[in-house]
Design a protein around this ligand. Structure first.
Ligand code: PRX
Length: 642
């Protein structure tokens, strides 16, 4: 229960100097309210250049379509229009490589390379609506390729470079993608990793032919023949000018896989007009970005956060975005602070997991650098506790910077709940309220509003522009997550939450089978099927447990039931981990593997992960009488008494 007695609550007020210059003021919020929903979204859409203006803000007849009749191109909005406005010389991307190298792209240079690569893709036969898969690490070619796809109306599907060949193959097959842009390899903690063989292995295991383009990152000069070299394509098409394809607002901009409520990998599709409006507006309103700013969103572009706030949001506003290829503690634990100092970063956006790691490494690292350029800090991806919140503000933000704790999901496209840094007081540990133009609620099982202080599921009660297209359609998983209660539409987020007396929302974690490990979202089904594929394993279930040193706050805990004549020993444990690394990637490998004769199941045979999660976290299990095999829970508890 959240404490709602006014004396106990802590408020932090943004500094006057910030409030005076903030992009969004209390008057803007009032104007939003006065405009009413959905018309209030007309003004945010003005942040973009439309080839044809929309006929209405929202068409809500049957399928929800934002900005019907409107046409635009995302690449034009993120690149060309800034050049046309005379800002071609300003920095669009400032890249920090793993080996300490740096590269910058001005908007003019970005336009040139995007045009050249768009021409190359076209020449390869990529047409409008063909899906292009991008399997690249954090190198500038990744945003260039995204924007080149957007230019020709080809939706991209970015696959995180840490994923394995098998995971890539599933995603290539699921999107029927016939084009893959990858690279020879990349550096991780000083070691070179081979990406090309992973890509090759994936391509041979899909049923259709996949044409590859390979970026030369390691100077390995990958053998010619089965692919085209990115550098050659760009050189051959230097000077090309590709007219940006005018897309309908509702046309797809990209596809991205995430894990769905049942733990299955799920394909989420985002639109051009609604998504771009949402991320441009929230970058402007919540991250307070403008053309003069340097923004650093430390998330990998392989995940939604990187799509929205390292690429599309900041570039739509003409800001500078910093991309970093490496890890925060390599070669030294002050690497991030050095990058912030050198790039004079204005706004820094990262995950609580990273903040907890910074705390562990010590405040002497940020304090030994000049971080005075920072004026706003943001967090995303998981709950941030009050201690980490204060540490972040005190030692990175000099005790002055507002901190925005932003809640959203792959499905929402952009930020949904947060404080507005120039308007709202902050409450450490709570994300804040829904942004203007968005309505959310915390509801009980029947979908009725829960009173303040009582937990329930967080739902969004009105469509919003960044919503995945899959959520607007009447069938498929989107339909399963939306419902109508008393004539009111609701999107079930899958998160448990509680609102305090002031309406600020505190997040309590997932209510479904989505596995959230630190800020990464993984598929339970994908991990479990990899484990069950190991010889000698009968069944498996994975849950999230709190990690021993509480830096990551979460670790993957696998409960594995071996076949009757097989020993649950370290050798099997090793094989389980290896199998997951191979099927998905090292980030999904279980941290703890516990062997059990059987898994707790309902009478109908469904594994109850809730009990396993409670065991992994040392929590009270409550009533287990609904289980077919309640005795197994007691056995597991004694096994894990650590
Ligand atoms: O559980 C919530 C958590 O991350 C989930 C969404 O994960 P994903 O689709 O990978 O998107 C991550 C980037 C937005 C949510 O359902 N989450 C996200 N932001 C927060 C959060 N939990 C608590 N506080 C947040 N600020």
């Amino acid at each position: 229960m959240v404490d709602s007695s006014p004396d106990e609550r802590e408020w932090v007020t943004p500094p006057e100097s910030f409030v005076e210059t903030a992009n969004v003021t209390a008057a803007d919020c009032e104007a939003f309210r006065e405009a009413g929903w959905p018309e209030c979204w007309e003004r945010p859409a003005d942040l973009l250049d439309w080839d044809r203006s929309f006929d209405s803000v929202l068409d809500d007849e049957g399928t929800t379509r934002w900005f019907p009749g409107g046409r635009l191109n995302a690449s034009y909005n993120c690149v060309d229009r800034h050049v046309e406005a005379g800002r071609g010389g300003e920095t669009a991307i400032s890249w920090e490589g793993k080996l300490g190298e740096t590269r910058t792209y001005s908007y003019r240079e970005l336009a040139d390379e995007v045009n050249a690569f768009a021409a190359a893709l076209r020449e390869m036969g990529v047409g409008e609506d063909d899906v292009v898969t991008l399997y690249l690490p954090m190198i500038p070619e990744l945003p260039v390729a995204m924007l080149a796809c957007a230019r020709i109306g080809a939706p991209h599907s970015v696959v995180f470079a840490g994923f394995s060949a098998d995971a890539l193959a599933t995603r290539l097959a699921g999107t029927e993608s016939e084009y893959l842009v990858t690279c020879d390899g990349y550096y991780r903690r000083g070691a070179a990793l081979d990406l090309k063989s992973r890509a090759d292995n994936a391509c041979v295991s899909v049923d259709h032919a996949v044409e590859q383009v390979v970026v030369n990152r390691l100077d390995d000069d990958p053998a010619a023949g089965d692919h085209r070299a990115y550098a050659d394509l760009v050189a051959d098409h230097a000077g090309a000018e590709i007219e940006p394809v005018s897309r309908e607002a509702d046309d797809l901009l990209f596809l991205i896989y995430t894990s769905g409520t049942t733990g299955e990998p799920t394909l989420v599709r985002h639109t051009t007009g609604g998504y771009l409006t949402h991320v441009a507006w929230t970058s402007h309103a919540v991250l307070d970005l403008g053309p003069e700013d340097t923004h650093w969103c430390s998330a990998d572009v392989g995940w939604i956060t990187g799509h929205s706030y390292a690429v599309y949001g900041p570039l739509a506003l003409g800001a500078t975005t910093v991309l970093y290829e490496g890890t925060p503690d390599h070669p030294e634990t002050d690497r991030l602070w050095e990058i912030i100092e050198r790039n004079e970063v204005d706004v820094f956006y990262t995950a609580p997991t990273s903040i907890r790691a910074f705390m562990k490494w010590g405040e002497q690292h940020p304090e030994s650098h000049d971080l005075s350029s920072l004026r706003l800090l943001g967090t995303v991806g998981e709950p941030i506790d009050e201690t980490a919140w204060h540490w972040y503000r005190d030692h990175v933000g000099d005790g002055e910077c507002p901190v925005v704790d932003t809640w959203w999901q792959t499905e929402t496209g952009g930020i949904v709940l947060s404080t507005l840094p120039g308007v709202d007081r902050m409450r450490p540990g709570a994300v804040g309220k829904s942004l203007p133009g968005i309505e959310t609620d915390v509801v009980d099982e029947l979908g009725e509003s829960a009173p303040p202080g009582e937990s329930g599921q967080l739902v969004v009660t009105r469509p919003w522009p960044g919503m995945a297209r899959s959520l607007c359609e009447g069938s498929g998983w989107g339909a399963r997550r939306t419902r109508t209660v008393d004539g009111e539409w609701q999107y079930a987020t899958g998160d448990n939450a509680v609102r305090d007396e002031d309406g600020y929302v505190h997040l309590l974690g997932r209510a479904d089978d989505v596995l959230k490990v630190s800020d990464r979202r993984l598929s339970t089904t994908e991990i479990e099927s990899a484990i069950v594929g190991v010889e000698g394993v009968a069944e498996a279930a994975v849950v999230v447990g709190e990690d021993a040193d509480a830096v990551r706050k979460s670790e993957i805990h696998a409960f594995v039931s071996p076949e009757s004549n097989v020993a649950g020993d370290d050798a099997l444990r090793g094989r389980v981990r290896e199998a997951v690394e191979e099927a998905i990637g090292p980030i999904a490998a279980p941290d703890v593997v516990t062997f059990t004769p059987s898994l707790p199941k309902t009478r109908s045979g469904k594994v109850v992960r809730r009990y396993l999660a409670a065991i992994a976290n040392g929590e009270d299990l409550g009533d287990t009488s609904a289980l077919r095999n309640p005795e197994v829970v007691g056995e597991l508890e004694s096994l894990l008494d650590r």
